[in-house]
Design a protein around this ligand. Structure first.
Ligand code: FES
Ligand code: FES
Length: 161
């Protein structure tokens, strides 16, 4: 019988204090999806190549398929469930709707997480394509995504005066 050590991990997810037990090296994406029921984070490659599993860890985008659970200890985590709400979409989510930027949807949560981070960091619109290079999409050809993120950045900068 195998006996894998389990640790208790405390963190904040989408603004809510959470505590869970997991083997320290369990993938954070598995904790989020399978243990905590946050199914919005998607798995594409599982190898750190596609960005589908992007979350914010300590305010920075990471591939949650590469992050061991222990790195969540004490961390502030944002998943796609923490971006906007059905009644009040984030500017990036609205822009994705307006530009028809989602097709199969596998890449969309990771794209939106990364794009929301860009808006937050006030990145210039002309850096969108380069910054999204780690988020792969098999469906859209990227232009509808890039246009949406640029529109969200411009809108956010306009609303900030
Ligand atoms: S599923 Fe994590 S980078 Fe592809
Ligand atoms: S919409 Fe299908 S992978 Fe991007």
């Amino acid at each position: 019988m195998s006996h894998r050590p389990v640790v208790r991990i405390s963190c904040t997810i989408n603004g809510v204090a959470r505590e869970f037990k997991a083997p320290p090296m369990r993938r954070l994406i598995d904790v989020l999806r399978d243990d905590l029921g946050l199914m919005g984070t998607k798995e594409g490659c599982g190898e750190g190549e596609c960005g589908a599993c992007s979350i914010l860890l300590g305010g920075e985008p990471v591939n949650s398929c590469l992050v061991p659970a222990i790195q969540a200890q004490g961390a502030d985590i944002t998943t796609i469930e923490g971006i906007g709400s059905p009644g009040l979409r984030h500017a990036v989510q609205q822009a994705f709707l307006d530009h028809g930027s989602a097709q199969c949807g596998i890449c969309t949560p990771g794209m939106v997480i990364t794009a929301a981070w860009m808006v937050e960091k006030k990145l210039p619109a002309d850096e969108v394509a380069r910054t999204l290079a780690g988020n792969l999409c098999r469906c859209t050809g990227y232009s509808a995504i890039i246009e949406a993120v640029q529109a969200a950045i411009v809108a956010a900068q306009g609303s900030r005066g």
